[in-house]
Design a protein. Structure first.
Length: 174
């Protein structure tokens, strides 16, 4: 296992992030979203990971809310690990550090749209009460997940309310 260190990202990490996303997601252009999140959205929390001293991954959380619910929520996305460092614990470490930070900031609930085989390892469970901003195709149902950080009980119904940058159907479909 490499030596993995996590810290909040800074503006001078942008050159790494610009290389990271095309490498981790060769079939998807997430850079416009990532640039906007990191430079224009106030409620965004971003971490980078280094592995053996080399920048290796990034995770972003966006503050959001659930309709008719007072608690603070966050959405985890995107998460990317450089291809050379995948499957060596970097993604898991980024999730763990991000969740610890959100918990200490009083965030109640974290949502993610992603592979349940992967996020389930960090405690996420399929979310059936709170709906994503756009309805998902049947095959994505288990991919919509959440994790409660406590202490208040998770919302049982409602819809996730996200900043405008996330309101693009292409980000929520196959
Ligand atoms: C998916 C991704 C973020 C995982 O991060 P990572 O640092 O490679 O993963 P970790 O080392 O933390 O965990 C790997 C473990 O999760 C398991 N796993 C389950 N589903 C997985 C998946 N879809 N991708 C990678 N690992 C997965 C692996 O089998 C591995 O377990 P093992 O070591 O017991 O075999 C990373 O591989 C990545 O950026 N991939 C390309 C971009 C992507 O698909 N991002 C989407 C996130 S929804």
């Amino acid at each position: 296992m490499p030596d993995i260190q996590i810290r909040q990202s800074r503006s001078d990490d942008m050159a790494f992030i610009e290389r990271l996303y095309p490498d981790a997601f060769p079939d998807e252009d997430l850079l416009p979203l990532v640039r906007q999140l990191l430079t224009q959205e106030p409620g965004v929390l971003s971490f980078v990971a280094s592995a053996d001293g080399i920048l290796a991954g990034n995770i972003i959380f966006t503050t959001c809310a659930v309709t008719d619910c007072d608690g603070t929520a966050s959405m985890l996305a995107p998460l990317a690990v450089a291809s050379a460092w995948q499957r060596q614990g970097v993604g898991t470490a980024l999730i763990r550090e991000g969740l610890a930070h959100l918990k200490s900031a009083g965030v109640n609930q974290v949502y993610v749209l992603g592979d349940p085989a992967y996020y389930g390892r960090s405690g996420f469970k399929p979310e059936t009460g709170v709906a994503p901003p756009y309805s998902l195709p049947e095959e994505y149902r288990d991919a919509w997940q959440s994790l409660g950080l406590g202490p208040t009980p998770p919302p049982t119904h409602g819809k996730l309310l996200l900043p405008q940058v996330w309101m693009q159907p292409a980000l929520w479909g196959p």
